[in-house]
Design a protein around this ligand. Structure first.
Ligand SMILES: Cc1cc2nc3c(=O)[nH]c(=O)nc-3n(C[C@H](O)[C@H](O)[C@H](O)COP(=O)(O)OP(=O)(O)OC[C@H]3O[C@@H](n4cnc5c(N)ncnc54)[C@H](O)[C@@H]3O)c2cc1C
Length: 410
């Protein structure tokens, strides 16, 4: 006899992780996953370019939470209960080894997201979790006997507890059944995108920077004009504009500002990383007596073609030796390298990877249990919450940790 009914809304990463952990802990419970589409774990399948970036090798909770533009305060409490090491151990216990790449991203050793999907499906089958696809949850009603009536497109259930892991969406209509329970949904805006630069953005002889697509600089700083946001790291020049980890981080932390500016913003790039004009000129001075052509001495680890682009932009002939570099040109080159200005016009999704900034208001959740403070026995986990991370495995880590806590408390 199954003594309790737990309904999990959404057959994504958080939903499966929660359902499996509930069933593992309480073999006596009946656990049902309701998924509105005909696909299970669809984002896991395409995640990390088909490899699934499961988590990030960041074991210090104070450092880990810095990767979440929204939810970092609340996640401290979450990660103190289930952190990256717990994630690694959980998957290891299920027979999946994770490996760490140079940039700390962690993937299954197989480099295949199907490994994670097969693990979840096997675990669900082993623990008799019922999975219903093409069944959309339409409403949740809290009853006096503390049960929750779950009305779907097919039938009505009387659940002892509901775990809502319905994911992030850009349209508010997808949150209607949650709003109707009395919860508020904070503003939904996209996060994780790259910067589009318009075609007309020509820089005289230098041409359009997009002609240098494919080039990357290991440590540049990108900032949005008129805001406090600036981030450093690799920047990649693409055929539509600027991308790379520093740009994605900027898009996540400045998501609201970009949205308010209608994705039409002044972008300033410091291609030297963190040097100011004076420091850059001091480096030029080291070459002041050199008879070498400037074009043959790219500085600050810039790729040669990007260095040529800046010489052109500063009106410096390729055949000019360092010894003949005048003050005015020196100033211009230093200014361009440290404050190269562009006008952003629009955004592009990064490899189709995007997350929603916004979701269920965090003030309405008890992060010790992931239970709603408004509706007893209603739990939330994953991207449906107003929590999102930058790229690198942080969004899945939020899904695993919040789902584990919800499962531990139903
Ligand atoms: C292309 C891409 C690549 C990504 N790669 C990575 C990565 O490598 N690493 C990483 O950390 N993050 C990655 N992310 C982000 C990560 O996939 C998400 O943060 C994560 O999947 C969120 O999990 P979730 O279970 O909360 O939501 P989802 O995975 O979105 O699952 C929610 C499910 O609920 C269902 N649902 C919604 N409403 C209802 C309803 N009313 N009734 C029934 N079912 C409903 C949806 O159909 C969906 O299947 C990627 C995202 C994308 C788009």
């Amino acid at each position: 006899m199954k003594n309790k009914l737990i309904i999990v809304i959404g057959g994504g990463a958080a939903g499966f992780f929660a359902a499996i952990n509930v069933a593992e802990k309480h073999p006596g419970y009946r656990v049902i996953i309701l998924e509105k589409s005909d696909k299970l774990l669809s984002k896991v399948r395409i995640s990390g370019g088909g490899r699934c970036n499961v988590t990030n090798h960041c074991f210090d909770v104070n450092e880990l939470v810095k990767n979440y533009p929204r939810g970092n305060k609340e996640l401290k409490q979450v990660f103190s209960q289930f952190d990256v090491e717990d994630t690694i151990a959980w998957f290891k216990n299920k027979g999946i080894e994770l490996k760490t790449e140079r940039d700390d991203r962690m993937f299954p050793e197989t480099d295949d997201s199907e490994t994670i999907i097969n693990c979840f499906l096997r675990q669900a089958e082993k623990r008799n979790i019922e999975i219903c696809t093409q069944e959309e949850v339409l409403s949740l009603t809290f009853l006096e006997n503390k049960k929750i009536e779950v009305k779907t497109s097919k039938q009505t259930y009387l659940a002892d507890a509901v775990i809502c892991s319905s994911g992030g969406h850009n349209a508010i209509k997808n949150y209607k059944f949650i709003k109707d329970t009395g919860h508020t949904i904070s503003q939904l805006i996209p996060s994780l995108f790259t910067i589009n630069l318009p075609e007309s953005q020509l820089s005289g002889k230098a041409g359009n920077i997009k002609e240098l697509m494919g080039l990357s600089v290991q440590n540049a700083t990108v900032r949005v004009e008129k805001t406090k946001h600036q981030y450093s790291g690799p920047v990649l020049i693409t055929h539509w504009g600027l991308s790379g980890p520093a740009v994605l981080k900027l898009s996540a932390f400045a998501a609201k500002d970009f949205h308010d500016l209608d994705y039409n913003a002044g972008i300033i790039v410091n291609w030297t990383g963190d040097m100011n004009e004076e420091k850059v000129k001091a480096v030029f001075n080291e070459h002041a007596n050199s008879k070498t052509f400037m074009v043959n001495t790219p500085l600050f680890d810039l790729p040669k073609r990007l260095w040529e682009y800046f010489l052109n932009k500063a009106d410096i002939a390729f055949q000019k030796p360092w010894i003949e570099l005048g003050k005015k040109q020196q100033n211009k080159l230093a200014q361009l390298l440290t404050s190269d200005a562009y006008q952003m016009k629009g955004k592009t999704t990064f490899k189709d990877e995007f997350v929603t900034s916004g979701g269920v208001n965090l003030k309405e959740i008890d992060f010790k249990t992931m239970q709603s403070k408004i509706v007893p026995n209603l739990f939330f986990c994953g991207e449906v919450l107003d929590i999102d991370g930058i790229t690198g495995g942080f969004n899945f880590q939020n899904a695993w940790s919040t789902a584990w806590i919800a499962a531990d408390n139903v």
